[in-house]
Every structure is written in structure tokens, then in C-alpha cells.
Write a protein that binds this ligand. Structure first.
Ligand code: FES
Ligand code: FES
Length: 156
């Protein structure tokens, strides 16, 4: 199976076309950022971009992903430099066990790409498919608000 992942052509061998993209990323390509929590499309922890659209990678068959472009949470950073959104999650305490974090960051990244200054309602709607058992969501809201301000150059 050949795909473009985080801007680079990648090949995975011995892939059964019915196994999940999440499995291919984690187990065959050494990209463990996307998390496997439910494997049923319920929690959002496995969210990645597929041709620019956020999807639950546990629900995408490897055969469907072949030849397409995938961006994972790892691909949002620039080398060792975290993306501002990733950094905002850390600084606001929005990362606790961290299991939900990669999916939330991809979903929030998509939101801020579409709506640079979202309202709280828009943030809640955009993140409604991403479940977090630890934070009560307020820290996550803070993180997205902070990143929106900083990415727009409005930080104090
Ligand atoms: S692991 Fe994919 S949605 Fe939960
Ligand atoms: S930080 Fe633990 S599930 Fe969200």
C-alpha cells in the first residue's frame, strides 16, 4: 500500500485492504500519535486528515486510503517545534491522560483553518465528535481559544 503521509510518500507491506487505516498508521508505519480508543467511530481519538478532510481513521479501510494524502497529528508539528495549537493544549492543561488529545488537535486544527476566530458554540460543535474522559472540556475550550488568539496575532 502506498500513500502520502505527512507530505512524504510511504509504503506499507503486507497490508490487508480491509484492515483499518489506524492500524496501518500505528502498527505498520510507526506513527502512534493517532489513538485507538473505541475502534467504532465513537470517540474521535483516531482522527486524521484524509485528503484534507478529518476522518476517524479506525473507520477507513486501508484499501480506501491507498494513493491518498493523509496528515496525522505528528504532521502538524514542524520537526521538534510543536504547532501553536499543540503548544496551547499543553500550556492550558488540556492534556491529562492524553488519549483524546491527538484527535482533538486535528479536529481543532480543521476548525481554525475554516474559522480562525470561532465562537464557543462553533468550537463545541466542531469538537462534538471527540470524547474526553478527563478534562471536563473547559481546558480544551481554553486551549482552542488561546490558539485562535495566537494564530491570529491577537495574543496579549
Ligand atoms: S478509535 Fe476511532 S473513533 Fe474511537
Ligand atoms: S485527557 Fe484523558 S481522555 Fe481526554
Amino acid at each position: 500500500m502506498t500513500t502520502t503521509i505527512n507530505g512524504q510518500a510511504r509504503q506499507a507491506d503486507d497490508v490487508w485492504e480491509g484492515e483499518s487505516l489506524l492500524y496501518v498508521l500505528r502498527e505498520r508505519l510507526g506513527l502512534p500519535g493517532s489513538k485507538n480508543a473505541c475502534e467504532q467511530g465513537e470517540c474521535g481519538s483516531c482522527t486524521v486528515y484524509l485528503d484534507g478532510v478529518p476522518v476517524c481513521s479506525c473507520l477507513v479501510a486501508a484499501g480506501q486510503a491507498a494513493g491518498r494524502s493523509i496528515v496525522t497529528v505528528e504532521g502538524l508539528a514542524s520537526g521538534d517545534d510543536l504547532h501553536q495549537l499543540q503548544d496551547a493544549f499543553l500550556r492550558t492543561g488540556a492534556v491529562q491522560c492524553g488519549f483524546c488529545t491527538p484527535g482533538l488537535i486535528v479536529a481543532a486544527h480543521d476548525l481554525l483553518g475554516r474559522i480562525p476566530q470561532p465562537t464557543d458554540l462553533q468550537i463545541r460543535e466542531a469538537l462534538a465528535g471527540n470524547l474526553c474522559r478527563c478534562t471536563g472540556y473547559e481546558k480544551i475550550m481554553e486551549a482552542v481559544r488561546l490558539a485562535a488568539r495566537e494564530m491570529s496575532g491577537d495574543a496579549e
